[in-house]
Write a protein that binds this ligand. Structure first.
Ligand code: COA
Length: 260
């Protein structure tokens, strides 16, 4: 598929998806949301892709939010549809992807941009990154999961201050809050993401997918995460990756996981 607003490249098991609307600071319009859904789906099915890195083009922005020009005249009904569709197509879809996704936050991550980064499995940032949920300054609230994922990541009090003030924090503060795992220079951001991806790729993709499901179960209403963990743990014993991982350990050699 040809993408209007994404650049995609795969090398050595890592697929980098770059949101590419720099003249609009990579703001998420509906076309970009659809393209991201499609690209993530393709990556998940692609045996060559072991880890996905999600970033923004240019030196200024990861994603400066949902595209305000698209929804400024929406009705109540359209607003609800916008949030529901976006969550279904992209934000929940991304959070539940079985392939690990690292958000490399390379500048502004505001509104839907921060929500996108928060839906990724974890985040790293460059020193120039600025993060915020400015929605209440527009008379609306975060609608792509921000009111749920931010408190999970930084705690309720910090999340509410963040949302109510509509302010921005810098990369250092985001690191202090645990919103991002690492901060580095702009030049080192993608190399750092790649080196973390390489460490992930040495392990069983099947077990990693199970771990994502088990961790996510903790954040799903009505689901007992411990029970999901028991099921997923047990299921691993039936995989070829488990056979290989345990055999390789006992034979004192590196595992060569078949990925099934
Ligand atoms: N939606 C639509 N367009 C956006 C956008 C968004 N969320 N964020 C930036 N843009 C566009 C601007 O309208 C501008 O387009 P133009 O050149 O056609 O006028 C272009 O991107 C560059 O942005 P600009 O505001 O000129 O850059 P800046 O460096 O002065 O300011 C920001 C950067 C991020 C502080 C500012 O763009 C901003 O506040 N954006 C909106 C952030 C927001 O509220 N996001 C949440 C949406 S729910």
């Amino acid at each position: 598929m040809n993408y209007e607003n994404l650049l995609i490249s795969t090398k050595d098991g890592i697929t980098t998806i770059t949101i590419n609307r720099p003249s609009k600071l990579n703001a998420l319009n509906s076309q970009t949301i659809k393209e991201l859904h499609s690209a993530l789906k393709v990556c998940e099915l692609d045996k060559e892709t072991k880890v996905i890195i999600l970033t923004g083009s240019g030196e200024k922005a990861f994603v400066a939010g949902a595209d305000i020009s698209e929804f400024a005249s929406y009705s109540v009904k359209e607003g609800k549809k916008l949030a529901a569709l976006g969550q279904q197509l992209l934000f929940d879809f991304l959070a539940n992807l079985s392939t690990p996704v690292i958000a490399a936050v390379n500048g502004f991550a505001l509104g839907g941009g921060l929500e996108l980064a928060m839906a990724a499995h974890f985040r790293i940032a460059s020193e120039n990154a600025k993060m915020g949920l400015p929605e209440v300054s527009l008379g609306v609230i975060p609608g792509y999961g921000g009111t749920q994922r931010l408190p999970q990541l930084v705690g309720k009090g910090r999340a509410l201050e963040f949302i109510m003030t509509a302010g921005m924090i810098d990369a250092k503060q985001a690191l202090d809050y645990g919103l991002v795992n690492h901060v580095t220079s702009q030049e080192e951001l993608l190399p750092l993401a790649q080196s973390i991806a390489q460490k992930i790729m040495k392990n069983s993709t099947v077990a990693i997918a199970a771990a994502i499901r088990a961790v996510n179960a903790n954040y799903t209403d009505g689901i007992n995460g411990f029970a999901v963990e028991i099921e997923e743990f047990g299921d691993c014993f039936g995989t070829a990756d488990f056979q290989e991982g345990t055999t390789a350990f006992l034979e004192k050699r590196k595992a060569n996981f078949p990925g099934k």
